[in-house]
Design a protein around this ligand. Sequence first.
Ligand SMILES: Cc1cc2nc3c(=O)[nH]c(=O)nc-3n(C[C@H](O)[C@H](O)[C@H](O)COP(=O)(O)O)c2cc1C
Length: 453
Amino acid sequence: MNNRNMKNKHMILGVTLGNNFGTHPATWRMPHVDPRSYTNIDATVEQARTAERGGLQFVFLPDRLFLNGDLSTAPSMFNLDPIITLSAVAQATERIGLMGTASTSFTEPYLLARQLKVLDVISRGRAGWNAVPSYEPEAFANFGKVLPLRENKYERLHETMQVVQALWGSWGYEAGQPDQAGMYADPAHICPVNLQGKHVGARGPLPVPPSEQGQPVIMMPASSGYGLQAAGMYANVVIGMPSSIEEGRAERQTVQQAAAQAGRDPEEIKFVAFVGYTVGDTERQALNARRALDDRIDVHGQLSRLSAYLGLHEELTLPDEPLTAAQLASVRAYPNDARSVRAVELAKAGWSPRDILAHGVFDPNPYVAGTAEQVADHLQEWFEAGAADGFVTNFDDFHTGIGDFVDHVVPILRERGLFHDGYEGRTLRDHLGLPTQYGLDTRIATGSTGGTR
Ligand SMILES: Cc1cc2nc3c(=O)[nH]c(=O)nc-3n(C[C@H](O)[C@H](O)[C@H](O)COP(=O)(O)O)c2cc1C
């Protein structure tokens, strides 16, 4: 039912960037990696340029507002401020979209609106905002606050989204272009927004004219009921983490329903799924690349977890040997757990425990270590099954992973008619095939933001 006629349809591809190393905690330890890359903007720029060489629609910077992880073993995935980082990337790239995460829980909307729209104008219409409510107590502690009730957190999100978008639209297109013999801009079309809610408000206007795409694209995560309802109202793109095609189809459908409920056309909202890949000349080579990373972390915990996921009640004492006939006779998958099902499949196919782990069975997103064809097959299967409109790719090692994907997988996707041959337009909105929008979407009721001052 969800299958689409793929003839003229291309998938969207984004790529996660972050600490300049990669999504695997051991990448910083690799001999080819400069361990000081964490703050090296040249590394970020090079990764973004590589993605741009492949025609990827956007780079994505996730964010957390506290120092997370154990620095004694690995750098945090979230390092520098996304908006500031993307401002530097904007100057060093031409076409690729710049999707940055910023929380709706702390920053006043005037400041958020200004920073994001400035990124949009300086990148000539390539900015996107991954708008997320923060959810960890540690983030709230950094603002001298305690974690609010979910209801209040989303109330603030609604107000923030509406005030930010209203501010974006406050310098109207009708204000015109500077006329040296007349007005610089027509103030009659640069108007206050006068919005005041329970949590936030702003008078406006914002002194930033429209960008080439009007205003930034909005991405939001597929999360709880509250989040989904908000995404249905404001998001142009929804990012999810489905672990199977079935989950992807269901999430995509739910997102589309949320858009319809908010009075929007379900087709104008794009659903993208997180995926992870390592590309090799052979499957063995790709798995070895992952294993070289796994060898640099303590995998004992993962091996114990694997034993449990295989339904075994014993330690996997020979991690480099395929399971014994006796072990294989007693493995059992938890049917509702996609990871357990996959682990059992891999064990039955004769892979050793370490190779099963190298297949990324415990990664937060579906992961393939294989040849370029195997990776392209995975993307094609998910896309054609209607599990997603596109993907945000994650690579263990940004230095090698992005280039391998661009040089080997992208040409196959193009050959199969699944990915565009290059950027048709100039803005992120063009790349994603989104309708124009400027200011608050007039179809969305602004009930939770209160009235005018
Ligand atoms: C795919 C995906 C990506 C997310 N990215 C971020 C992020 O970059 N930063 C962040 O603080 N939260 C991120 N979140 C968390 C959500 O913002 C949200 O707070 C979380 O899912 C809890 O939602 P709830 O409070 O509605 O249960 C992400 C969630 C999902 C599903």
